[in-house]
Design a protein around this ligand. Structure first.
Ligand code: SF4
Length: 905
């Protein structure tokens, strides 16, 4: 690998916090060493030098393994020209025969703004259809719809600094500690500086974030709108509204208050509607009423609902009614999930938007964009939203689909149903940087895309801050940036004049010019000051928050609506009456449990990148289903069993987790395990394709499921230095380890002939004399084996009739050694470290591989009372800080630090 340039400033490719990074290259890295190290950029306003565990491990995720490196048609490698000609002629044939609405693009919050811009321009301006939608539909289309309705613009009012400046931060449907870890670190640091800063968490689960809160409101799933309607009603009763602000700057208050009054009632009534303690509701309402500087930050727990727009509206209503918006330390705050969900919104990546935040259903905007682009035909109407788009593939309306930078057959609801639809689609083109995903399997044409670190462009984070992603590695194989691929296809479709791009800087300039075109302050999104950036200035562009109108210095705009002026036709914000509605999918005797899906601390999306970093796999190596202990026992489940989680749409297998943080009747399953990492862990596929009627966002938080023992007849795990041919299994999970990989297996049929299989694995290795260790108990269904060469462990496996197999941690650690000691060799097949039992433990600090067991022991032995003290003794929590909430929870469990100050935590 060529030596990358040193000291490159770029942006993290994971979550919507959008942390700045500095990448440092290394000369000729040793085999297995990362080619770069990554540290937080102290000058970036999003993170000020901080990183979470995912960002800190980015250097370990680079490399050509698993990459799609060459164009393919029908599984055969072809030259780029052949692939591009094939795509263009295929699209043209469908358009000519069936019209422009028979083609669609499905893109991603992972791609860069410049990529998005070209894709959107091609579809909406030149193909002439609105059918381009994005996987961001699945995570933040709900706040887009609600913000446009309330503010007249999709503009987040505040900045991250407002969470630090607030006196009360309400986190609704957000496990900030895990999903936006650096923002959580900033919040915690602010609390340490100002103990008066209170945090309230509104979430059915007692998450790591809720553990650290002053008050946790574990409301019943889907009842958020009752809570915020109740709050509005309470604020009116207590005379805590800003009537002057309402009078001068808003409309719709009377009807909104009436709707709140009709549905919310008193505090006890609100508490009953939400399944909360009245005292906790009263505390929350009292704090909110008394605290001018209040931020309400919300995320997927609010958005991923079939009434999500109403929930966001209920949050926006309380901020507008109290005038708490656009000023320091206050405002509603939508936290985006993906690294460039905001950038995609800015260029019109959603089927409902046009470009530069202009609307497709606005004839004047269509005409303006048509003239700017010199386009033959701008789409006349909004296109199909993600789920509807795949329904159109299913019923044959869409005959050609180009999927860019995303794996919808992993992430969509009812993915199994849409898998069949895609298999029947006449033309499926997939641009991706990964070779083997659920979706690439069904592609007729595969186009290899450059990945993070190999391409240039911009992204926009949750606080409207545009940052550069910069290339620091040469693109491997024949990979190309997405903007280049799209430009090539556009030229082949006959639009060369409108798609002359040779660099992302040219595209960005055009995007900035469009945002300022005939924009006299009526549109919030304005990058006029960046419209003339030359290549050098684009290369050097530092992070900056829009709006950036022409003629203004590049200071950026930390807050919108500070002057009480909104982007509605009358300049007034609109309060929207909210009639709350619970989850529309009912529970019944067959499906009695409410499934909540979500993210883990150390994984990102389908794990294609994070799943390759061994240290990120130690925190949660397998998919799990978290149940209230009472529910688990009633269902006949033991800790560590495999369970089958079923819905009307299908089933997955997951490891049983007894979780006191779950309320009875609710279960949680993480979203990350795609097919390369697990054969049966695709949890989104369990969710019905029910969507919010306005935003089209699916209800990933509220599926109806059952959980039962998985009835596996055998269980096994295999640790090996190199991938081995595994026996067929109903359950397989692959985990990256240091110097090895681990495969967890289980089956419902008769167990394999393990001895024969193990010998076949040994026969694959022919490099030198082997030493076999073996233990067989055929009557008991148990088998253990290990293969060594000159004292070096190459492979080991343990199989039995139940899930109670030895702890993996000690055995996995043996792969770090060049040779085993004699005691280790002797103890190998016992699965236990010499001289002591191997206790079940879980890695808490991924950076320094510190387990909960070790932290507990150290806390007990030394009487430690703070996270910092734990860090001094064990290093845990001293690098990225992502594990600090869990260390704090262990301190609380030890009873050596006080519980949170109030409420239900
Ligand atoms: Fe990346 Fe972590 Fe920052 Fe998110 S919080 S942008 S994942 S470093």
């Amino acid at each position: 690998m060529a030596r990358p340039v040193d000291g490159i400033r770029t942006t993290c490719p994971y979550c919507g916090v959008g942390c700045g990074l500095i990448v440092q290259g290394h000369d000729a890295p040793d085999d297995g060493d990362p080619p770069v190290t990554v540290r937080g950029d102290p000058a970036h306003p999003a993170n000020l030098g901080r990183l979470c565990s995912k960002g800190a491990a980015l250097g370990e995720t680079l490399g050509p393994e698993g990459r799609l490196l060459y164009p393919e048609i029908g599984g055969q490698r072809v030259p780029w020209n052949t692939a591009l000609d094939h795509v263009a002629s295929g699209l043209r044939a469908v358009i000519e025969r069936y019209g422009p609405d028979a083609v669609a693009f499905y893109v991603s919050g992972q791609i860069l703004t410049e990529d998005y811009y070209v894709a959107n321009k091609l579809m909406k301006g030149f193909i002439g259809s609105g059918n381009i939608d994005t996987n961001s539909r699945l995570c933040m289309s709900t706040p887009v719809a609600a913000q446009i309705a309330a503010f007249g613009a999709d503009g987040v009012p505040g900045s991250y600094a407002d969470l630090e400046l607030a006196d009360l931060v309400v986190l609704a449907g957000s496990n900030l500690a895990w999903t936006h870890p650096v923002l959580f670190q900033r919040l915690q640091a602010a609390r340490a500086r100002r103990p008066g800063l209170r945090v309230v968490v509104v979430d059915p689960r007692r998450t790591a974030t809720a553990e650290a809160a002053d008050l946790h409101l574990p409301l019943a799933p889907g009842t958020d709108a009752w809570l915020f309607n109740g709050l509005l009603h309470h604020l009116r009763r207590e005379d805590r509204l800003d009537l002057g602000f309402l009078e001068r700057h808003t409309e719709g208050f009377a009807a909104t208050l009436e709707a709140a009054r009709a549905t919310a009632g008193s505090i006890p009534e609100t508490a009953i509607a939400c399944g909360l303690e009245p005292a906790d509701v009263a505390t929350f309402f009292r704090w909110f009423a008394a605290t001018e500087r209040t931020v309400t930050a919300f995320s997927q727990g609010i958005n991923q609902s079939d009434s999500g727009v109403a929930k966001v509206a209920a949050i926006l209503n309380v901020h507008l009614a109290t005038g708490r918006i656009g000023r320091a330390g206050m405002g509603p705050f939508s936290l985006t999930g993906q690294p460039n969900a905001m950038g995609g919104r800015e260029v019109g990546g959603l089927a409902t938007q046009l470009a530069a935040h202009m609307r497709l259903d606005d004839p004047a905007a269509r005409d303006r964009v048509r003239r700017f682009w010199k386009a033959p035909a701008v789409a006349g109407a909004p296109g199909l939203k993600a789920v509807d788009l795949f329904r159109a593939v299913e019923d044959g309306r869409i005959k050609a689909l180009w999927i860019i930078g995303t794996n919808p057959l992993f992430s969509l609801p009812e993915a199994a149903r849409f898998e069949k639809a895609l298999a029947d689609c006449p033309l499926v083109v997939v641009s991706d940087c990964v070779r083997a995903t659920e979706t690439t399997r069904l592609a007729h044409v595969l186009l290899p895309a450059a990945a993070w670190g190999e391409k240039d462009g911009t992204v926009t984070n949750s606080e409207r801050c545009i940052s550069r992603q910069r290339a620091f590695l040469p693109p491997p194989g024949e990979t190309r940036p997405d903007w280049w691929i799209l430009t090539q296809v556009a030229q082949r479709l006959g639009f060369a004049e409108a798609f002359p791009y040779r660099s992302p800087a040219e595209i960005f300039r055009e995007h900035a010019r469009l945002s300022a075109f005939e924009n006299h302050g009526e549109r919030a999104f304005d990058l006029g000051a960046l419209a003339d950036l030359d290549a050098a200035a684009y290369q050097d562009l530092g992070p900056v928050q829009w709006p950036l109108p022409a003629g203004e210095a590049l200071r950026g705009t930390p807050r919108l609506y500070a002057d009480g002026r909104f982007f509605t036709p009358g300049g007034r914000a609109r309060l929207v009456p909210v009639t709350p509605q619970g989850p529309t999918e009912a529970l019944d005797a067959q499906l009695p449990l409410r499934l909540n899906t979500g993210r883990l601390r150390d994984q990102w999306h389908s794990m294609t990148r994070t799943g390759r970093a061994p240290r990120l796999s130690t925190h949660e190596p397998e998919p799990f289903v978290a149940l209230a202990p009472g529910d688990a026992v009633a269902l006949g489940l033991q800790r560590g069993d495999l369970a089958e989680v079923r819905s009307r749409q299908g089933r997955i297998f997951a490891r049983v987790r007894f979780a006191p943080e779950q309320r009875p009747g609710q279960v949680f399953v993480p979203m990350h395990w795609s097919r390369p990492f697990a054969t049966a862990g695709r949890v989104n596929a369990l969710v019905a394709a029910r969507t919010d009627p306005i935003s089209g966002q699916p209800a990933f938080k509220h599926a109806a499921v059952s959980v039962q023992p998985a009835a596996m007849r055998w269980h096994a795990f295999v640790l090996s230095r190199h991938p081995v041919n595994l026996p067929g299994a109903d359950y397989r999970v692959t985990v990256s380890g240091i110097g090895h990989r681990r495969d967890e297996l289980a089956g419902r049929g008769p167990p394999p002939d393990w001895a024969r299989w193990a010998k076949a694995v040994g026969a694959e290795d022919s490099e030198g004399p082997q030493e076999w260790l073996e233990f067989a108990d055929p009557a008991g269904g148990r088998y253990r084996a290990a293969l060594l060469r000159e004292g070096r462990l190459l492979f080991t496996m343990f199989a039995g009739p139940g899930p109670a197999l030895p702890e993996r941690a000690w055995l996995e650690g043996l792969f770090a050694a060049e040779t085993l000691s004699e005691p280790e060799r002797a103890a190998l097949l016992s699965g236990r470290a010499p001289g002591g039992p191997s206790l079940p433990s879980r890695t808490i600090c991924a950076c320094f591989a510190v387990s909960d067991d070790r932290i507990r022991k150290t806390i007990d032995e030394l009487g430690l009372t703070s996270c910092d003290a734990v860090g001094q003794h064990l290093q845990a929590g001293t690098n990225c800080g992502s594990c600090r909430p869990e260390i704090e929870a262990l301190l609380r469990q030890a009873g050596l630090v006080p519980a949170p100050r109030a409420g239900a935590v």
